[in-house]
Design a protein around this ligand. Structure first.
Ligand SMILES: [Zn+2]
Length: 214
């Protein structure tokens, strides 16, 4: 395969595909973030200056930088490097069981599970690991599972211009498992079909059975 870097027509891409989010407020300093963690520790009922907790605000802020690093990343750049040579291949490509974790925007608690992504290439294919990276870019932000699913599908559709895209996410939400209704082990499943997958129920069925197929 010949690797080519095609210029993206960024003006035609959705905002969330084209660039990293730019919220209309300045990012607080690290000291401010650590002070906020101290406040939450005290609110939980503990004493932030107790020996075991003294380094905790620093560790929590370190973890935030990792868990939310998707705010610094641009989806279009992740999928930027495409390959133009696909030969006579004319079926969809499925990457199954991509593990992911994210945080729900309602409770800031984790939800995690597996993503399954298929697309039917026309002239551009992408390195398969890039699909997994794309899931992380969107996953490492505050999300709803529905938005996460549709953002992944939209980015693949807009950048690769395939005949179709199918994305399925299955995840367990800690805000349901550990609080609220406390239903451990329940899964939420979301799907987004675009193009040939949306138009053709047989293709959806084939996608689902390949995802389920052991
Ligand atoms: Zn939640």
């Amino acid at each position: 395969m010949d690797a080519v870097v095609k210029p993206l027509r960024k003006a035609q891409l959705s905002e969330h595909v084209r660039k990293a989010p730019q919220p209309p407020i300045a990012r607080p300093s690290r000291e401010e973030a650590e002070a906020a963690v101290r406040t939450l520790i005290a609110f939980a009922g503990d004493y932030p200056d107790r020996e075991g907790l003294i380094e905790t605000p620093k560790r929590v802020v370190d973890a935030y930088e990792e868990l939310y690093r998707g705010y610094n990343e641009c989806p279009a750049e992740v999928l930027d490097r495409t390959f133009s040579e696909i030969g006579k291949y004319d079926d969809f490509v499925l990457v199954r069981d991509i593990g992911f974790n994210s945080h729900c925007e309602h409770h800031m608690m984790p939800f995690m599970g597996k993503a399954h992504i298929a697309y039917k290439p026309v002239e551009r294919v992408v390195g398969l690991s890039k699909l997994a990276r794309l899931v992380d870019v969107y996953g490492r932000r505050l999300q709803t599972q529905e938005h996460l699913t549709s953002q992944i599908a939209t980015a693949i559709d807009e950048i690769l211009n395939p005949q179709g895209v199918a994305v399925m996410l299955e995840a367990e939400h800690m805000c349901m498992s550990l609080r609220g209704v406390e239903k451990l082990g329940s899964k939420t499943i979301t799907t987004q079909f675009i193009g040939s997958f949306r138009d053709n129920p047989d293709e959806q069925v084939r996608f689902m059975s390949m995802v389920r197929g052991g």
